[in-house]
Design a protein around this ligand. Structure first.
Ligand code: KG4
Length: 338
């Protein structure tokens, strides 16, 4: 009998549902919430309300595209955390309700595990995936971590940010120069036209494999503020160079520690994941680093870098094979490492 898993993701500002049948992705529907753009960041209460509106149509559409009826599902996998509590509650309650209604198992998924396991999403039976143990550089709006992935369920954090995440550095600096939220993709676009050496921003000196991005953010802010005093048109005249230099510095910080981690662990496979792994500069730089170090790079398709339910469904599929089911009493959680 086929194993059909419905995955539900609602941890931040994307409502998503996906169906995986016997390990192959059949659908992945995402409703992004535009309502936050006007505020320059995600407003938690508005996110929860939008999830409430989106969840029924998104789940129905995922089932329709997969060609699956509700009663053919084997289990419901959902993001339990970390994320915004109100948003998580919508997906959690919906998943629990569906699991009770259909009398099928419920599977809780850690959002960060799901980002890592996005490398195991298959759209075709012949798709390849990394071999254990491998390193995953997980870079998103809320996290920047170097993770040693030992198996589908065993993951060790080797390094993490002590302040801002890489995505926050992109978004907060983008806001300073008037780019819309989330700023990462806009910086990426402008950076393609600019000179990465035009401006120099400060880099952290943090021991071990941990990251810090708050100093870079401050130095970016001061550069823009000081130059604006001399030239009110400074931002318009230099937007590409500012973005290219910012992106170059973030990548340099990220890759410096990634390189150390690869050398320390001796792994042969290196993956990236999370929203910031959609960045063109990051993708090229990781490929180049892996070529130099003679390890295999795993660069996910852009659709699986930002929040999506396909990664929740694949994490749920592997838990299902191990009969690792959840209790209906499990509450969502806002914060946790991995
Ligand atoms: O994983 P994700 O969807 O969810 C959160 O953890 O929030 O990541 C969102 C982050 C945002 O900070 C966004 O600016 C960043 O990913 N991002 C990018 C790019 N696309 C998305 N950052 C740089 N370049 C991009 N192309």
């Amino acid at each position: 009998m086929s194993v059909a898993i419905l995955g539900i993701e609602s941890s931040c500002d994307d409502t998503s549902a996906a169906v995986i049948v016997d390990g192959i992705l059949r659908s992945n529907v995402i409703a992004s919430q535009k309502v936050h753009e006007a505020y320059g960041g995600v407003v938690p209460e508005l996110a929860s309300r939008a999830h409430q509106q989106n969840i029924v149509p998104v789940v129905s559409e995922a089932l329709r595209q997969a060609g699956i009826e509700k009663d053919q599902l084997s289990a419901i996998a959902y993001t339990r955390g970390p994320g915004l509590l109100g948003s998580l509650l919508v997906g959690t309650s919906f998943a629990k309700g569906m699991s009770i209604g259909l009398d099928i198992p419920l599977i809780d998924v850690n959002h960060l595990h799901a980002h890592v396991l996005s490398h195991f999403i298959k759209t075709d039976i012949n798709d390849k995936s990394p071999e254990f143990p491998f390193i995953c550089l997980l870079i998103s709006g809320g996290n920047s971590q170097i993770i040693l992935v030992k198996s589908m369920s065993e993951m060790e954090i080797l390094g993490k940010t002590i302040d801002d995440a890489a995505g926050e550095a992109f978004d907060k600096c983008a806001k300073v120069i008037g780019l819309p939220y989330p700023g990462g993709p806009h910086v990426d676009r402008h950076a393609a036209e600019g000179n990465p050496k035009a401006f120099q921003f400060s880099k952290p000196h943090i021991p071990g494999l941990d990251y810090s991005f708050s100093g870079l953010k401050t130095s970016f802010l001061y550069t823009v503020r000081d130059n604006l005093k001399q030239n009110p048109a400074f931002i318009e005249e230099n937007i590409s160079d500012l973005c290219a230099s910012l992106q170059y510095t973030i990548i340099d910080i990220l890759l410096n520690k990634l390189k150390k981690a690869i050398k320390q662990t001796g792994v042969k496979d290196v993956a990236i994941g999370g929203g910031v792994s959609a960045n063109s500069g990051v993708r090229n730089a990781v490929e180049e680093l892996c070529r130099d170090l003679k390890v295999r790079p795993w660069i996910p398709p852009r659709a699986f870098t930002t929040d999506n339910a396909a990664m929740v469904a694949i994490a749920g599929y592997h838990k299902y094979l191990n009969k690792d089911f959840s209790d209906l009493g499990l509450p969502p959680f806002a914060r946790v490492s991995i």
